[in-house]
Design a protein. Structure first.
Length: 257
């Protein structure tokens, strides 16, 4: 399926992370689910808007008395909560997916939804910014309560464990950034990634890194055109014309009109 998210679901806010959960419930969202998450993906892949606006999880924009989505213990501020409606009666060990398992249609819809949200809020695709609930404790050092969503995919039993599932999710989200549809009610140009040209490094090159101030994995010559995917302080996540995604220091990029 091809997912579109209404612009009204994505108000202005300073959002820095996306946490992906499952509800441990039925394939249809119930009242509790709607109160806990910003977006829910039902069993057939249909997205549903939660009862709390994304902006309520930005302390600077939250209105007096407005409820926020408390989707992740001690990690809700500046975080978007997405949940897959599934896994009712599931058991971790020995694994049993329960009567209403996570479906491949839900997974694909979630990937497209996360890509749209990343573009809308300028969230880079990293293990610290786009992650499952099961990764929050190891990746962010924020203690959780033995959450195992998502450590196994019933439709893909070869991908097992929080890191493996998270890495698969991030690979697919990064690929989906190219085809993410604009919010309903906005022109297609509203979802184009900003474009820049490497400038001011000649006769040398611009270091291309695995993460912000991370390992150098390549070099970009003067004049290279890139698309900006996300921002982390002064470091920008960019995509090269060859499709490689990495990080560079922002002061050596000039906007292309």
């Amino acid at each position: 399926m091809s997912v579109s998210i209404p612009a009204s679901w994505m108000p202005d806010a300073n959002m820095r992370r996306i946490h992906v959960h499952w509800t441990a419930g039925r394939h249809k969202a119930n009242a509790t689910d709607l109160k806990s998450y910003h977006v829910l993906i039902e069993g057939d892949g249909t997205p549903r808007r939660g009862g709390c606006p994304i902006s309520a999880n930005d302390p600077a924009r939250r209105k007096p008395g407005e409820p926020r989505a408390n989707h992740t213990l001690n990690a809700n501020s500046h975080s978007i909560g997405i949940s897959l409606c599934c896994m009712f009666g599931a058991q971790e060990r020995p694994f049993d997916a329960g009567a209403e398992p996570l479906t491949e249609a839900q997974w694909q819809s979630m990937i497209e939804t996360v890509a749209i949200l990343c573009k809308r809020y300028g969230i880079p695709v990293t293990p610290e910014t786009v992650l499952t609930h099961a990764e929050v404790q190891p990746n962010l050092s924020i203690a959780q309560r033995n959450k195992w969503d998502i450590t196994v995919l019933p439709f893909d039993r070869g991908t097992l464990g929080a890191q493996a599932v998270g890495d698969k999710m991030r690979r697919e989200v990064a690929a989906a950034l190219d085809t993410a549809r604009p919010p309903l009610g906005q022109p297609p140009d509203s979802m184009k990634a900003p474009r820049f040209r490497v400038s001011g490094v000649a006769p040398s090159t611009l270091n291309f890194r695995r993460g912000p101030d991370g390992e150098i994995v390549g070099a970009l010559p003067e004049g290279t055109r890139v698309e900006r995917l996300g921002i982390s302080d002064g470091w920008w996540q960019v995509r090269t014309p060859a499709g490689h995604i990495g990080w560079v220091w922002h002061s050596f990029l000039r906007a292309i009109n």
